[in-house]
Design a protein around this ligand. Structure first.
Ligand SMILES: C[S@@+](CC[C@H](N)C(=O)[O-])C[C@H]1O[C@@H](n2cnc3c(N)ncnc32)[C@H](O)[C@@H]1O
Length: 184
């Protein structure tokens, strides 16, 4: 097993966990960094594909994954479905959490396909804030990125319990397969 992570601080968090010594990690960008060797499975979960804020970087990730998969190997992504249907015309803000201790909202720029996630927390009476840009992406665009990289959709579920993916699903787990050696 091998991971790619941009942040040395996150790698330090991993290293503090039991059994972490058996996992190799390369510090780098998963769109371009090679882990060395080929794998049967690559995965990018918890919406991490949206951390790449350009289509080019997301496409490059699929190419990089395909280059490091064995024939017949699979790429798994977990990512949310963009909630654009919640935006009335002319509105750009969608609140997703409103509690006394946590206010969270997305700020959409539909033209650039970017949503900035804003969080405001009250922690011990102090205000903490964080904002991060994300490039939201639909399943169909991901399928096209997979196709460009020589992979095809194998499975798509709504969640990790393999509930069916429907038009009401708020996220998806998708599995693309690199063409097997026999081409089947
Ligand atoms: C949603 S967090 C997932 C954290 C953790 N791996 C987990 O599953 O709980 C996304 C992680 O991806 C890392 N990351 C974001 N963009 C990256 C990139 N281009 N290359 C490598 N790592 C990246 C972030 O530093 C962060 O640790």
């Amino acid at each position: 097993m091998h991971g790619i992570e941009l942040s040395p601080a996150m790698v330090a968090q991993l290293r503090a966990k039991p059994g972490a010594q058996s996992i190799g990690v390369t510090i780098g960008d998963f769109a371009t960094t090679g882990p060395g060797g080929t794998f049967q499975l690559a995965y990018l979960v918890r919406n991490t594909i949206t951390n790449l804020t350009t289509q080019d970087e997301q496409v490059e990730t699929f190419r990089n994954v395909a280059a490091h998969l064995e024939p017949g190997g699979c790429f798994v992504i977990e990512v949310y479905i963009p909630e654009l249907r919640r935006l009335p015309p002319g509105q750009t803000i969608h609140p997703f959490t409103v509690t006394p201790a946590h206010l969270g909202f997305e700020e959409y720029d539909v033209a650039s396909q970017i949503a900035v996630s804003h969080h405001y927390w009250v922690v011990d009476g102090q205000l903490e804030t964080r904002s991060s840009p994300h490039r939201y992406v639909w399943p169909s665009e991901l399928d096209l990125m997979a196709r460009l990289a020589g992979m095809t959709l194998h499975e798509r579920w709504a969640d990790w319990k393999r509930e069916p993916f429907t038009s009401d699903s708020t996220s998806h787990i998708s599995v693309w397969q690199k063409t097997p050696r026999d081409g089947s």
